[in-house]
Design a protein around this ligand. Sequence first.
Ligand code: ADP
Ligand code: MG
Length: 479
Amino acid sequence: MSENRNIYQMWEQCLAIIRDNVSEQAFKAWFSPLKPVSLEDSVLKLSVPSDFYREYIEENYINLLGKTLQRVIGPDVRLVYNVSVIEGESVTTPSNNKKAPSNPEISSYEDAAKYNGSFYAIPGIQKLKIDPELNPRYSFDNFIEGECNRLGRAAGVSISVNPGKSTFNPLFIYGGPGLGKTHLAQAIGLAVKEKYPEKVVLYVNANTFLNQYMNASCAARNSNDSSQVADFIHFYQQIDVLIIDDVQEFADKKGTQNAFFHIFDYLHRCGKQLVLTSDRPPVDLQGLEHRLLSRFKWGLSAELLPPGFETRVAILKSKCEQEGVSLSNDVIEFLAHKVKSNVRELEGIIVSLIATSTFSKKDITVDLAKDLVEKIVNEPQVEITIPRIQNMVCNYFNVTIDQFLSKTRKREIVQARQIAMYLSRNLTKTSLSSIGAQLGGKDHATVLHAYNTVCDLIDTDRSFRQYVSDIEKQITTQN
Ligand code: ADP
Ligand code: MG
């Protein structure tokens, strides 16, 4: 029984370790909602909000979670999940600040309904019938998963199973151009519609929303009758899953932000789902009201990153399949090496390749691809060589090349060497023995050992992971 008394403390200890090893986003999404239920005979029962969580944790974090539990609770610990069914918002209590609403006009869910009702002559019994403005091409099936989008995609899938009822409300998707924000946001809408055809889903670009609001407010001003603005707000308040793309466009638009605030607040309180996208994270959204920004952070912010090599290959293959062409692996890999920053460009290059080969009746070879890439892609291409890696690593750790190549066993220098070996293996096509020869005359086994050591550290040590990713960024970007 004494075990049970300590269980919360132990769980806190576990969370502290986990927090150190996963991103803040992932922590908030997957670990904050877990609650320890009991610990008896080394069996820890954890409550999870849904089966989806259990599966996701098992697939992605079981190693970390397992090791952490062993460390804190003991080597014999076993884990049992207790899946609680989500009903409304009561079960999933995220650690974020879902505070009482600050809008003075609406103080509870019931009041919200009244407030809404007073606006309109006819209470909205009939379900709104609207075109959700979704493009069937932007489905989850066509959205290739990779490290770059794993969190956002998983959250999106979870939302489409249970819109409005997960902790991911709103889901705030952000990232640079052409990385799949619109695609992912639409995929959520499509999946909801497929599973719940009766739900009212609407995808709208922030600019369209803005224009609609401006029209309504202009008309209201001209006719001295504010009901048009009310109608606008009411329309949006009837939506079950509202997807607004590119919310950065709301910057400095006070009236629109105010209207959106009322819509957001109402929908959120009624357990309706919001999905927002933006080209930058909430903290960088200048010109947006504080009360909106703080709401954007209630749920989950998921960043889409540029896809890694493997993902680029998978995307290219999937696009070829959709276009009904087959490209050789050589061509695919060549393109995946050359076009890095952006999925839209990857798609563009495939389309141009197909067009060129059709016109000129030439087969699509690596040479043809090379020609086109040179014409189309203006990404600066850095040549990644082992001396470049060595220089960057030395620079980063403030180690001289002489020290780096010497026989010293000093810890920082050994670590710098190991990182250089690891990066050389990942970023170049050089063999292990050649890497060893170029980095201080080591043999192939030493390089392999270094590689594995670095992999282990990346898995378990957050600041180390940060160093490696910083250096990698420096190596792969033009300077
Ligand atoms: P954003 O809205 O972030 O600018 P989009 O969603 O418009 O980017 O994506 C650009 C193009 O790249 C779209 O045609 C989209 O289908 C495609 N795309 C982006 N990410 C993926 C992915 N993970 N898998 C497949 N296609 C993708
Ligand atoms: Mg977009």
